[in-house]
Design a protein around this ligand. Structure first.
Ligand code: ZN
Length: 270
């Protein structure tokens, strides 16, 4: 999967890049590719490097006090090279009264010395948005809790005219699943096989009905990492095996406005 690419640059004349190097390494530790321009770069050089290196974001660091002129200049140079869509963020020794000025000039966000690498990395992840391979393209299936598959099936097959692909028992979840194909997706009718089944508990609490929506993903572990960085919590922190040997993980409904979403990576090579 593509990694987020960041250009770290030091515009202006100050000769200290310890802080910039620490940030560059910190972002690498968060799985990003970081290009560092070195000291004393002009805004034009920085903008050019950003385009040549095809980065997703430019991070400027300044200790010299010249940020008020140099940071907006980088934004301008990018615009003049038709690369105004590359976001610019800044950090260093920036007095708080300059922050809103810089943001008005098109700098997306200023991080002061009190911010952590975590905050910075999380912000970049949200700023850049989903990378290739992280765009959710289809619903894998909709899970529907039923008391009895046998009794529910005729509605789906005879009345809706859907094709029953098969029925599978998943011991780890204490559940029996009927798969009904609808276009590229499926309905999955979920029947509890024991009283400990999450489906049994769901029906006791809320009655029969829609239990979860599963999103098809290509690389479940990578998606879990990036969703976690966006503050999404998971019910199972590690993927587990679901129907058809797929790998699945449930997001916690408190992270998703009450909807139980499942990530589902289908088993390949069949
Ligand atoms: Zn499911």
């Amino acid at each position: 999967m593509a990694k987020i690419r960041v250009l770290i640059a030091k515009p202006g004349l100050d000769g200290h890049d310890r802080g910039a190097l620490v940030i560059a390494q910190g972002l690498r530790d968060h799985g990003m590719e970081v290009v560092y321009t070195g000291l004393r770069q002009s805004p034009a050089q920085i903008a050019k490097a950003a385009i040549q290196e095809d980065v997703d974001v430019v991070g400027l660091s300044s200790l010299s006090g010249a940020h008020r002129t140099l940071f907006p200049k980088v934004v301008e140079e990018l615009k003049s090279l038709n690369a105004g869509d590359i976001p610019v963020i800044g950090g260093g020794v920036i007095p708080s009264e300059d922050i809103s000025f810089l943001e008005e000039q098109g700098v997306k966000k200023i991080f002061t010395s009190g911010s952590s690498i975590e905050e910075l990395a999380n912000y970049i992840v949200t700023l850049v948005g989903p990378m290739e391979g992280e765009v959710t393209k289809k619903i894998s299936h909709i899970g529907i809790a039923v008391k009895s598959i046998e009794q529910s099936l005729p509605f789906y097959t005879k009345i809706l005219g859907l094709e029953l692909e098969g029925i599978e028992e998943i011991d780890s979840e204490s559940v029996k699943v009927a798969f009904l194909k609808i276009g590229d997706s499926r309905f999955e009718l979920l029947e509890a096989t024991t009283d400990n089944s999450p489906i049994h508990k769901f029906i006791v609490k809320r009655g029969e009905g829609i239990h979860h929506i599963a999103l098809d993903v290509e690389d479940i572990e990578a998606r879990m990492r990036s969703l976690s960085k966006n503050g999404i919590e998971f019910i199972n922190p590690e993927p587990k095996t679901g129907a058809h040997r797929s790998q699945i993980a449930f997001m916690h409904p408190k992270s998703t406005q009450g909807v139980l979403f499942e990530l589902c990576e289908e088993a390949g090579g069949e």
